[in-house]
Design a protein. Structure first.
Length: 75
């Protein structure tokens, strides 16, 4: 979406995998909840759910930008 920040998918995937490894080392083996409090159009959440869906129980996104929220169902 023009004018909105795009977060690199590779970095998000690596961040998720590192967090999952830390949680697993602490005994929390999942499945996990992925929450993005500023999800915009939910492109990143959608991509991470597709890449790591086998390790996720749920995906939750929220935001306040009405233009981005209208985009989310299309992702």
């Amino acid at each position: 979406l023009p004018g909105h920040t795009a977060f690199p998918v590779r970095l998000a995937s690596e961040t998720f995998q590192r967090c999952a490894a830390i949680l697993a080392a602490a005994g929390a083996n999942g499945p996990y909840t992925l929450y993005d409090p500023c999800c915009g159009g939910a492109q990143l959440l959608t991509t991470l759910a597709l890449l790591h869906g086998d390790r996720l129980a749920r995906v939750i996104g929220s935001g306040i930008d009405p233009e981005a929220a209208r985009l989310a169902p299309r992702d």
